[in-house]
Design a protein around this ligand. Structure first.
Ligand code: PRT
Ligand code: ZN
Length: 285
């Protein structure tokens, strides 16, 4: 039995979702563009292309076994599914924004105001938690123009760069959710499909880990190698190879992107030369 995955048909999550499957070695090239479903040639996976809003329902109903969707949509729809893995793309925040000139002092500012949003459930929970009584005006798109045309006093919408808010004379005042794309699964997946999902998950994790790590190669005088190894943790321990030039070694290791620049500075300070940093395609621990 093939595992059925639902991904966005077109939109902000489409490309990254297809790319992720590709990085997992899953070939969807037989799917014509605009197709509603396709099958992978080399993995027991069937792909359904849907509107993101419909994905939580399809997965809850087990029409799709798994799906890729933004946490914002998942929470708003309130469907019962298992969250399996955060995927690191489609990052955004659901935020409250008010006209630039307003003196926003905190959630109480919203009392008895009208807030336009496509996220009535998440906004409602936020207002309830803060004991604020406000009117939620649900609209399905172009939320950011609502204050300008006198439809609302504030908005609650997704933000990534903030330029849409800026262009509409709004300022972000409150982040109520940080969101990214997640892999979700239906409850009660069969044993066979769970095994396929685990296989996919193993590949996703290897691809994710590879993105956070870099392979580093450098040359160092032999008397500095010990200090340099202390800076470079590596997966087990760094590889040290003699160079043709006597008195010098080549050191190879893996470093995390987070503390990357600190490590490079430490290496240079300890006499490392010819530092090369290369991306890793897959990382299997
Ligand atoms: O057709 P379908 O229903 O499938 O797609 P859609 O139009 O509902 O969704 P789509 O493709 O716009 O977004 C899909 C998902 O991408 C969202 O549910 C989020 O999880 C995620 N995402 C990440 C975003 C953004 N970033 C984002 N910036 N979704 C929307 N936006 C919009 C936002 O609504 C606002 O209009 O971009 C504008 C703000 O962007 P900045 O950069 O100006 O701040
Ligand atoms: Zn949508």
């Amino acid at each position: 039995m093939k595992l059925k995955i639902a991904i966005q048909k077109s939109g902000r999550l489409f490309e990254d979702s297809v790319k992720l499957l590709k990085e997992c070695g899953i070939d969807l090239n037989n799917g014509k563009s605009g197709a509603l479903r396709t099958e992978a040639a080399n993995f027991p996976l069937e792909v359904l292309f849907l509107r993101d809003d419909d994905i939580p329902q399809y997965v809850e109903d087990a029409v799709a076994d798994i799906g890729i969707v933004g946490e914002n949509v998942l929470l708003e729809k309130g469907k019962t599914v298992n969250k399996v893995e955060r995927l690191g793309f489609g990052k955004c925040r659901l935020a409250i924004a008010v006209p630039k000139g307003e003196d926003y002092s905190g959630p109480n500012w919203l009392s008895n105001k009208k807030i336009a949003t496509s996220y009535p459930r998440i906004l409602g929970d936020f207002l309830k938690k803060n004991k604020v009584n406000a009117e939620i005006h649900e609209i399905s798109g172009s939320v950011e123009i609502a204050p300008g045309i006198g439809l609302a006093d504030a908005i609650c919408d997704l933000v990534s760069s903030g330029s849409t808010l800026f262009m509409n004379g709004l300022k972000e005042t409150e982040v109520i959710l940080r969101s990214e794309a997640v892999l979700v699964a239906t409850k009660g997946l069969s044993e066979e499909k769970t095994a396929t999902l685990n296989k996919l998950l193993f590949r996703i994790q290897a691809a994710k880990k590879a993105k956070h790590n870099k392979y580093i190669l450098l040359n160092a005088p032999n008397d500095k190698v010990e200090d340099i190894i202390k800076i470079l943790p590596g997966m087990k321990s760094p590889t040290v190879l003699p160079l043709a030039t006597s008195g010098w070694s080549s050191v190879h290791s893996v470093v995390q992107e987070d503390d990357f620049w600190n490590i490079i500075e430490g290496l240079k300070a300890n006499g490392a030369q010819g530092i090369l940093v290369v991306p890793i395609e897959k990382m299997i621990m």
